[in-house]
Design a protein around this ligand. Structure first.
Ligand SMILES: C[S@@+](CC[C@H](N)C(=O)[O-])C[C@H]1O[C@@H](n2cnc3c(N)ncnc32)[C@H](O)[C@@H]1O
Length: 294
C-alpha cells in the first residue's frame, strides 16, 4: 500500500464550516499542504496514517545491521510500529466502550487512530479536522477498508462539535490540543461526553517545574504554528469542566527512543534536536491524561 493508491477525492467530505478564526484558517492551510515523508512513508507500511510520535523501546534486532541495504526501510517500519503503539496506549485508556457507543477523535489528522479504535471496539468513530485534504484522505481510506459506515471524518472545528450533548462514550485529542484554548476545548469535550464517559489526551506540554516555556518549546511552537500549554493548564481546564483525571502518565522516557531513532533516519525534519533537548532538560514533557466526565 502506498499513498499513491489514495487519490484525492472531491465532494466526498461534508462541506461544513471548518475554521472559525484567521488562525484556524492558517492551521487548515498548514495541514492541507502537509506531505512530509515522515508521515506518509510511515503510513504506507500498513495503511494506518498517523500524524503523531511514537513510544516504546526500539527493537534493535528488527533494524538489522547499519550497512544493511534494507536498513532505511526497516527504520521506517520500526518508527511506524512505535507510533501505532502510542495510539494503542491512548485507546487502552478509553476504558470500556460499547459497540453501540460513539467515539470522537478531535483533530483526527489522516485518521489512523480512528481506524484502530473501530477495529478494537467495533463502534462508530467520528473525526474532526480543519483540513479538507486530511478528511478526504481519511474518508477514502475507510472506504477502502469497508468501514465507512462506522468511521467518518468531517471538516469541523473541535471547539464547536456537531454532536448532541452527552452523545459520546469517549473522546480524545491525540497531539491536537496545542492549537486551541484549553478551557474552550475541555468545555466542548465535557458537553459531548456522557456522564461516566472518558476523555483522553496525549500531548506535549511545558513543565511548570522548569518555570516558563524554554527556547526549545518556543522553537517547536514556531515550527508547527501552535501554542504548547503547560501541564498545570491541562489539569486546571479539566477540573473547571467536570473532567476528573483518572490517570496522568509521563510518557517522556518512553518517547525518547522514537526521537533518537528518527534523528538518525533520512526522515529528519529539523525539529528533532528541539524535542530531544527539551525532553532531556526537563522543560517539555510528553503526557497522557485520561479523565472521567462526572
Ligand atoms: C498533529 S495533527 C494530529 C492528528 C491526529 N490526531 C493523529 O494522531 O494522527 C493535528 C490535527 O489537529 C487538527 N486541528 C487543529 N485545530 C483544530 C480545530 N480547531 N478543530 C479541529 N481540528 C483541529 C488539525 O487539522 C490536525 O488534523
Amino acid at each position: 500500500m502506498t499513498t499513491m493508491d489514495i487519490t484525492p477525492a472531491t465532494g466526498t467530505t461534508p462541506a461544513i464550516p471548518g475554521p472559525a478564526t484567521p488562525y484556524q484558517d492558517d492551521i487548515a492551510r498548514y495541514w492541507d499542504q502537509e506531505a512530509r515523508p515522515v508521515n506518509l512513508k510511515l503510513g504506507d507500511v500498513d495503511g494506518l496514517y498517523h500524524h503523531h510520535y511514537g513510544i516504546g523501546d526500539v527493537d534493535q534486532a528488527a533494524l538489522g545491521d547499519p550497512g544493511d541495504s534494507e536498513r532505511e526501510k526497516k527504520v521506517i517500519a520500526e518508527l511506524h510500529r512505535l507510533e501505532s503503539a502510542q495510539a494503542d496506549v491512548l485507546l487502552n485508556h478509553l476504558g470500556h466502550v460499547p459497540r453501540d457507543g460513539m467515539l470522537v477523535d478531535a483533530g483526527c489528522g489522516r485518521g489512523g487512530s480512528m481506524v484502530m479504535a473501530h477495529q478494537r471496539f467495533g463502534c462508530r468513530v467520528e473525526g474532526l479536522t480543519l483540513s479538507a485534504k486530511q478528511a478526504d484522505f481519511a474518508n477514502q481510506r475507510v472506504r477502502q477498508l469497508g468501514i465507512d459506515s462506522h468511521v467518518r471524518s468531517q471538516v469541523r472545528n473541535m471547539l464547536d462539535m456537531p454532536f448532541e450533548t452527552g452523545s459520546a462514550a469517549g473522546s480524545w485529542n491525540n497531539e491536537s490540543s496545542m492549537y486551541v484554548d484549553l478551557d474552550d476545548l475541555m468545555a466542548e469535550h465535557s458537553r459531548v461526553l456522557s456522564v461516566g464517559g472518558r476523555y483522553v489526551t496525549i500531548t506535549g506540554c511545558w513543565n511548570p517545574v522548569y518555570g516558563q516555556p524554554s527556547k526549545w518549546v518556543s522553537q517547536i511552537n514556531a515550527h508547527f504554528e501552535c501554542n504548547i500549554h503547560s501541564r498545570r493548564e491541562y489539569l486546571r481546564a479539566m477540573a473547571d469542566n467536570r473532567l476528573v483525571p483518572q490517570a496522568v502518565i509521563d510518557l517522556t522516557p518512553d518517547t525518547l527512543p522514537y526521537w533518537e531513532l528518527r534523528a538518525t533516519s533520512s526522515l529528519v525534519t529539523g525539529i528533532e534536536e528541539a524535542f530531544l533537548e527539551s525532553y532531556k532538560d526537563g522543560s517539555f514533557q510528553y503526557l497522557l491524561i485520561a479523565a472521567d466526565r462526572v
